[in-house]
Design a protein around this ligand. Structure first.
Ligand SMILES: [Zn+2]
Length: 116
């Protein structure tokens, strides 16, 4: 298993435990379940996004990396598979690097054009 993915699963498990903890605490405080569930859902959606954003800026570049138009997002958008299917590759508009869709691995930019 690739270590990046393993880390992600560990993170998922940790956030699950974390959210259950939050629900218990909120329930204890008398917060209605629908509010605590909403809160936990928000955390579940936001945290992977924040993680991903941080990961991208760590990969260098930083230009368009958080321009908001991220594909996927949330839980299942992090997988490296999926976007790389098919024979289409992309050329980065920032550094001209050829890559397989998604953000540019060299500069992290999402500005790209398809190259058939
Ligand atoms: Zn690039």
């Amino acid at each position: 298993m690739n270590p990046q993915l393993k880390k992600y699963y560990i993170f998922l498990g940790a956030s699950l435990v974390f959210s259950i903890g939050i629900q218990i605490v909120l329930g204890y405080l008398g917060v209605p379940w629908y509010i605590s569930i909403g809160l936990v859902m928000g955390i579940f959606i936001l945290l992977p996004m924040i993680m991903r954003r941080r990961q991208m800026s760590r990969m260098g570049g930083g230009y368009g990396s958080n321009s908001g138009t991220g594909q996927g997002g949330g839980f299942f958008g992090t997988g490296s598979q999926g976007t790389s299917s098919g024979g289409v590759s992309y050329v980065c508009l920032v550094c001209n690097n050829k890559h397989k869709g998604g953000a540019c691995p060299r500069c992290g930019s999402k500005m790209q054009r398809a190259d058939f």
